[in-house]
Design a binder for this molecule. Structure first.
Ligand SMILES: *Cc1c(COP(=O)(O)O)cnc(C)c1O
Length: 374
């Protein structure tokens, strides 16, 4: 039996992809905003319920460009409990990330801690909808309005997530998606920026193409962030299967929650106000009442060929390029520091059957029984 991994890319039948490849071969348009690229932008706007979207070669290039498009300077407040690409995008743009602590329930930036971290150098906030659970959108908007700050959501985990007002991706000034192979919706590698108006989309589209305005004008140091026709075509195929994939993930999520509800010391991270989840991750917290440590449980699962992941340990603020920042000190980040020691993401993907879920839960339960037997 192959190991059970935390995620596994969802691949549609290969035959469905072939006609798209044939169309690309016929047209000989390989990149630079070709027909597949245009079709995928339109299809994603319709599916996600967002006004404008700009496709990228990956989520990190989209983040880099989003920061550039918002013309941020000085300090940007962000979470340490996320994937390192977010803070890297700030550093690449010559900005100082300022880490603020997270809320112990949602594991997203705590608005009170954002407010406390604002200085006269702050120009923006970059929150993350961690595991696809929406941030406190209203509180963040209030702070941003009151302080004149821009808001860039790292929505890499939030594909298809909705809140009572509609897509979570329309909150803030810009939202960035990742379509990496490990994400719920993937184009092998890929990403996107969601924007509110045509002028901003046009600016982003220039910035992802070297800052080229027209044949003789370049007005910014833009990067090459363009998505190729092959990746866009794959996205079009993938989009036809996304609802079924998310529905299967929802079943696995519900199965885990039911089976883990009574296990002492294990907390399943609850949803945070969304009307539709994408079930992209299944994080649990291994609390102090659980007889063994998170790391011991991680190792026990690995011993049975179940490869869970400690997302997000270590914290971003722990890495050498961030560690010396005053805001990176663990005493500034007590909740994130504790959660990083307790969190474990269990396998959740469309390649899993119900017996796989039960196999994982059995090992988690055996861990809980350790104390009783010792
Ligand atoms: C995956 C991810 C990214 C980076 O996206 P890539 O497409 O891999 O470059 C950024 N932020 C978060 C939170 C992510 O999970």
């Amino acid at each position: 039996m192959p190991p059970l991994t935390v995620t596994q890319p969802h691949l549609p039948p290969l035959e469905e992809f072939i006609p798209y490849l044939e169309a690309i071969w016929d047209r000989r348009v390989l990149t630079n905003g070709g027909p597949m690229h245009q079709q995928l932008e339109a299809a994603l706007c319709a599916y996600l319920g967002v006004p404008h979207i700009s496709l990228f070669a990956n989520g990190t290039a989209a983040l880099l460009t989003a920061v550039q498009a918002l013309e941020l300077s000085g300090e940007v407040i962000t979470t340490p409990f996320s994937f390192v690409a977010g803070a890297h995008a700030l550093l690449w743009n010559g900005l100082t990330p300022v880490f603020a602590d997270i809320d112990p329930e949602t594991l997203n930036l705590d608005p009170a801690r954002i407010e406390a971290a604002v200085t006269e150098r702050t120009t923006g906030i970059m929150p993350v909808h961690c595991y696809g659970n929406p941030c406190d959108l209203a509180a963040i908007e209030r702070i941003a309005r009151a302080r004149g700050l821009r808001v860039l959501y790292d929505a890499a985990h939030a594909f298809g997530v909705t809140v009572p007002d509609g897509s979570v991706l329309t909150a803030g000034d810009l939202s960035v998606l990742s379509f990496h192979a490990t994400k719920v919706f993937n184009t092998f590698e890929g990403g996107a920026i969601v924007s509110h108006d045509a002028a901003t989309k046009q600016r982003i589209d220039q910035l992802k193409n070297f800052g080229i305005v027209d044949e003789t004008t370049v007005d910014a140091a833009g990067l090459n962030g363009k998505m190729s026709e092959v990746n866009a075509a794959f996205g079009l195929v993938q989009l036809q299967h996304i609802d079924a994939a998310i529905a299967r993930r929802a079943q696995i999520d519900a199965h885990y929650r039911a089976l883990l509800a009574e296990v002492p010391g294990i907390t399943c991270v609850p949803p945070s106000g969304q009307t539709r989840s994408n079930h992209s991750y299944f994080p649990i917290l291994v609390g102090s009442e659980y007889p063994v440590s998170r790391n011991a449980l991680y190792t026990a699962l690995k011993g049975q060929d179940i490869l869970s992941r400690r997302y997000f340990h270590p914290l971003i603020s722990h890495f050498p390029m961030y560690r010396a920042l005053p805001s990176a000190a663990p005493r500034n980040l007590p909740v994130a520091t504790r959660v990083a020691e307790q969190v474990l993401c269990l396998p959740i993907h469309t390649g899993m059957c119900d017996a796989d879920v039960e196999r994982v839960v059995t090992i988690v339960r055996e861990g809980a029984a350790c104390a009783a037997h010792s």
